[in-house]
Design a protein around this ligand. Structure first.
Ligand code: MRU
Length: 352
């Protein structure tokens, strides 16, 4: 993605160090963090310094490659791999890409000597990230075919370049439509409590010069009913084989609104997000995050200081599920790197 005239990936790996765009700092400041070991990788994913399913998936790969590179050969290598992989996987449970990425590295180093495994893991992690960028670009090309000049598109959360290694999923078609000269306008849901829409999607759209308005989460129904939104595109953290899709909390209600008002609702995902072992949305683990994210509002002051303010009574408690499941019946189509499929076609894609 282009940021201040330079090209960046969201996360990358060089000589044993993982580099990533520090997302909680955006849009206030653009900083790169460096991660040196698996504990730092775990924390970066857990605290959402790196977030978004495909970005987490690539980070899982780099985290495994780094842990293997740092391994001193003491103890049983197989046990070490099992321990590190379950630890990293537990950082965020809903995004299937994390399991997918880590399993890819485990499979690649299976039965290899430590010396071989160090080389293979790094090579495979780099390839995984490159393939992920290609997949997102193709999602953009397929999704662009659905977008016509003058469209108003609603998106929820951030499924852009910052949520992937590059390009994005839901934002990839929008990016390509814009660069091919189509005049489009995006409604970006604010996406409480972490405000990925207001902070990150808006940041990406502003950097690309794509016209957009941020709306509070509760405003989507108003604009859809008034006919101001033509299409909804979101990402997903895990798609089950019956086509149910988990995504950022609030996605489900946008899908219901879309169906009620006869506008299409698309989910954009690479194959790495499809969990072919998951029969339906009820089996998708839903992360529940700390209640403080709801009870407090936080942001950057004009003086550049991070501020956190409690907005609820001291005695109040909160529930904070990070994701919800949109049943397949509300999904018009699933945009992937291999084409656009009906939700009911997903189970047939298992072997390719
Ligand atoms: O909690 P987050 O910010 O990691 O949630 C991200 C989303 O919900 C995205 O829509 C999803 O991961 C798809 S990213 C291309």
């Amino acid at each position: 993605m282009h940021i201040k005239g330079k090209n960046y990936r969201t996360v990358w790996y060089e000589e044993g160090v993982i580099f990533a765009i520090d997302q909680p700092k955006l849009p206030h400041s653009f900083e790169i963090v460096k991660l040196y070991n698996h504990n730092e990788v775990y924390d970066a994913i857990k605290t959402m310094v790196i977030r978004g399913a495909p970005a987490i998936g690539a980070t899982g790969c780099f985290g495994m490659a780094q842990a293997i590179a740092n391994y001193d050969g003491e103890g049983d290598f197989k046990e070490f791999l099992e321990e590190i992989s379950s630890y990293l996987k537990s950082s965020r449970p809903t995004a299937y890409d994390l399991t997918h990425g880590i399993s890819h590295i485990l499979e690649a180093v299976k039965g290899k000597s430590l010396l071989e495994a160090k080389k293979i893991a790094e090579r495979e992690a780099q390839k995984y990230a490159d393939d992920s960028v290609d997949a997102c670009r193709k999602i953009g090309e397929y999704g662009n075919e659905l977008i016509t000049d003058g469209m108003n598109i609603l998106t929820h959360c951030n499924a852009g370049a910052l949520a992937t290694v590059d390009y994005g999923t839901a934002l990839a078609p929008i990016r390509i439509a814009h660069s091919s000269g189509k005049k489009i306008h995006v409604f970006a849901d604010e996406t409480r409590p972490r405000c990925q829409g207001a902070r990150l999607t808006a940041f990406e759209l502003a950097e690309e010069g794509i016209k957009h308005d941020i709306i509070v989460d509760n405003a989507a129904g108003h604009f859809i009913r008034k006919g101001e939104i033509d299409m909804v595109i979101t990402g997903s953290d895990r798609v089950a084989i019956n086509g149910d899709a988990a995504n950022k909390i609030g996605t489900y209600e946008k899908a219901v609104l879309a169906k009620e008002n006869n506008i299409p609702f698309y989910v954009a995902v690479p194959f790495s997000t499809i969990d072919f072992n998951c029969p339906d949305g009820d089996k998708i683990p839903i992360e529940e995050r700390n209640e403080d994210e709801v009870l407090y509002m936080s942001g950057w002051s004009d003086k550049g200081e991070f501020e956190r303010v409690r907005i609820s009574p001291d005695k109040s408690t909160a529930r904070n599920p990070a994701f919800d499941v949109t049943p397949a019946k509300y999904i018009t189509g699933i945009i992937t790197e291999k084409g656009i499929f009906k939700p009911e076609e997903i189970r047939k894609l298992k072997n390719g």
